[in-house]
Design a protein around this ligand. Structure first.
Ligand code: AMP
Ligand code: MG
Length: 360
């Protein structure tokens, strides 16, 4: 299949191209498009055979449900049932934006879109290209991240082209995404709202609107039980993994630098190609030849925005072994570390002792 690639200026939408993309979705085809979180791989959410094409293109396990994207609040009752007041409160505060809500699904949403679940994940994105595409399609758009299953999520059109060229009808190139981490997912079907995936909208931002909010035990380190079954089916799969062997080093900043210098020195002796992921503040302190700047601790959004791109760059350069600083500070820290630890297969080294920890 020849994949059409259109550049779209988000501040000056070319509606002829957007309409062509919307028609592809309406006809049951696949379009890669930018959102403010990451690039999505979209299909008609209301057509099970269209959703099935997403699973095939990504190589995604069929029990890992898709997020349904809507362009206005009135559409919520088309895709969800028994909508609690909490959903409207969150929508008023955070939509359009990087928040996905889990609600009971309406009968119109096929089980092929929800991975067989009776619940549906719904989001209204804020990216103008995404909103225009949903409207132009005349339907709702099921879209997971546009990467091949298991690879880092796409934050640039180039990443989508790398993973999906030849497999889908069209990619809309809206440039680099703003946030760079997938949406926060909150489950509103239980007695207390529960975060199933951390993201740009933090627990305290949700608590501000809803009062008590819990976090799925699968996200929290202290529940590192291998048999644990997370509520968001996607959480149990290997994610974001670079080809090189990635390990996160935790501890006091100076100790982390010393430990990483020691470890990359060993790699050099063994002839392995090593790389370090560090913030701007520490770049000069590493002896390794390849040091990747992920952003600055002063603005942790920069760390979020660069993470997936850096992991892909490591692949392009054929890096064998990667050591990363950890980035727990601030409101976005939980979301960043959730993705980084998954990318590392939860391999962590304690900078003080050199001991391997295995944490969720
Ligand atoms: P992705 O957009 O690739 O990050 O994938 C969507 C994420 O939403 C996956 O982690 C899914 O498991 C999660 N998700 C989608 N629908 C549901 C649902 N009904 N209940 C719980 N999690 C869901
Ligand atoms: Mg994904």
């Amino acid at each position: 299949m020849n994949t059409i690639i259109y550049k779209i200026d988000p501040s000056d939408l070319d509606m002829t191209k957007i309409k062509e993309a919307g028609q592809i979705i309406a006809d049951g085809g696949l379009v890669g498009f930018p959102t403010e979180t990451v690039y999505g791989l979209g299909a008609d959410a209301m057509d099970a055979s269209a959703s099935a094409k997403i699973y095939a293109a990504k190589g995604r396990p069929s029990d890992n449900p898709l997020i349904v994207h809507i362009a206005d609040l009135a559409s919520l009752t088309d895709v969800a049932l028994d909508i609690p007041e909490a959903a409207y409160k969150l929508a008023r505060r955070f939509w359009p934006g990087p928040l996905t809500m889990i609600l009971n699904k309406s009968s119109r949403v096929p089980l092929g879109t929800t991975g067989g679940l009776a619940t549906v994940a719904v989001r209204m994105p804020s990216d103008p290209v995404a909103l225009a595409l949903i409207k132009a399609s005349g339907t709702y758009i099921a879209a997971p991240s546009g990467n091949i299953s298991g690879r880092p999520s796409p934050t640039l059109a180039e990443h989508m082209i790398e993973d999906m060229s030849g497999k889908i009808e069209m990619i809309l190139d809206g440039g680099k995404v703003g946030i760079g981490l997938e949406s926060t997912i909150v489950d509103l079907t239980g007695p207390v709202p529960m975060i199933l995936r951390p993201g740009y909208i933090t627990k305290s931002m949700l608590e501000d609107v809803l009062g008590e909010v819990t976090v799925d035990a699968a996200i929290l380190e202290e529940n590192a039980d291998k048999n644990f079954r997370p509520k968001a089916p996607g959480m149990k799969y290997k994610h974001y993994a670079p080809k090189g062997d990635l390990t996160v080093v935790e501890g006091e900043p100076q100790k982390v630098i010393e430990m990483i210098n020691h470890l990359t020195g060993q790699c050099q002796e063994c002839g392995q190609k090593a790389a370090v992921i560090a913030t701007e503040e520490d770049l000069e302190k590493y002896q390794c030849e390849q040091v990747f700047c992920i952003g600055t601790r002063a603005h942790e959004e920069t760390i979020a925005a660069n993470l997936f791109d850096i992991l892909r760059k490591m692949d392009d350069m054929g890096i064998d072994v990667i050591y990363s600083e950890s980035f727990y500070n601030g409101g976005l820290g939980q979301a960043i570390m959730n993705r980084l630890l998954k990318a590392a297969g939860h391999q962590v080294i304690d900078a003080d002792t050199g001991a391997h920890k295995n944490c969720l």
